[in-house]
Design a protein around this ligand. Structure first.
Ligand code: ASP
Length: 308
């Protein structure tokens, strides 16, 4: 089986020692879940959705129940998903009170003639699809309440926005039929304005998938990623003959030099090659292929283990 799954847990400025192990376990669980879906004959879309659901359900990550809070202390989430077969895509933005925005994005892709639903329309569609709502407070963690307080106190004295603590989750996959897909999901950026939409739900910025080129999921400073269309830009370099790693270095380098924007990407192509790259201080990631699981958080910290 040539199948591959790669996941990320968001670009971050640093991850404290006590969180590191929990983050590592979460990311490994997500990659393993995605890989098992492929092994059982699931599609690349099934695998990326399954991997992202694991991360949305893990409070260590900025998505689903670990989402950062907006200026009012509420959770508003963005997500998108795309199949490299036919370029079908689905996205939702600024959604509240649902546990798994990536499931809603997939329903937009599969059950509507549209690519993107937002706010009230997305909420009505979720209800029509029978998606249960959860009380908003259920998505608010103690850690994120503290992060918001800290952010409000430190505002102005801090680093520029583009280099703050970032986070988001994502996955890319190649299945046994040669189809690629990506999924990305986030709570966005701490202390964001109400209604702020980042790069994550925007096809071409938060991710892209085309069987002829590959699939990519991005993380990092959303406004910078939007301005350079980071996902599609990276795939453009691959179309021009660059390797996955060269393409990632070029597009992340461009975003940094042009806008001082930091971020990270994960990539896979039809040949089963994969790559992970980031310009933030760290980016938890894991990749499953050929019965092996590779993972890391910072540079020079790659572990490889056999998958069960
Ligand atoms: N890109 C996300 C956003 O700006 C955040 C992140 O990936 O850290 O919404």
């Amino acid at each position: 089986m040539n199948s591959v799954v790669v996941v990320h847990g968001g670009g971050a400025s640093s991850i404290s020692k006590d969180r590191k192990e929990r983050v590592r376990l979460g990311i490994i669980q997500a990659a393993t879940t995605g890989y098992n879906i492929l092994k059982e004959g699931g599609s690349a879309v099934d695998a990326v959705e399954g991997a992202v659901i694991v991360l949305e359900n893990d409070p260590e990550f900025n998505a689903g129940c670990g989402s950062v809070l907006n200026v009012n202390g509420e959770v508003e989430m963005d997500a998108s998903i795309m199949s490299g077969e036919g370029l079908s895509s689905g996205a939702v933005s600024a959604v509240r009170c649902i546990a798994n925005p990536i499931k809603l994005a997939r329903l937009v892709m599969e059950k509507t003639p549209h690519c993107f639903l937002t706010g009230q329309g997305a909420a009505e569609f979720a209800a029509a699809m029978g998606m249960p709502t959860v009380p908003g407070e259920q998505l608010v963690t103690e850690r994120n309440v503290k992060r918001l307080e800290k952010e409000k106190q430190e505002k102005d004295a801090q680093k520029p926005d583009q280099q703050k603590n970032l986070g988001t989750v994502g996955a890319v996959a190649l299945d046994s039929k040669g189809n690629v897909a990506y999924a990305t999901s986030t709570g966005g950026i701490v202390n964001k304005m109400v209604g702020r939409v980042g790069d994550t739900p925007c096809i071409g910025s938060g991710g892209y998938a085309d069987n002829d080129i590959g699939a990519i999921s991005t993380t990092g400073h959303g406004e910078s990623i939007l301005k350079v269309n980071l996902a599609r830009l990276t795939l453009f370099h691959i179309e021009q003959g660059k390797t996955l790693e060269e393409a990632a270095d070029m597009s992340l380098g461009y975003m940094k030099s042009k806008l001082k924007g930091l971020g990270g990407v994960i990539l896979v192509n039809k040949a089963g090659d994969w790559a992970v790259k980031w310009t933030s201080a760290s980016m938890p990631w894991a990749a499953a292929k050929d019965g092996k699981l590779h993972s890391g958080i910072e540079l020079d910290d790659t572990n490889v283990i056999d998958l069960p």
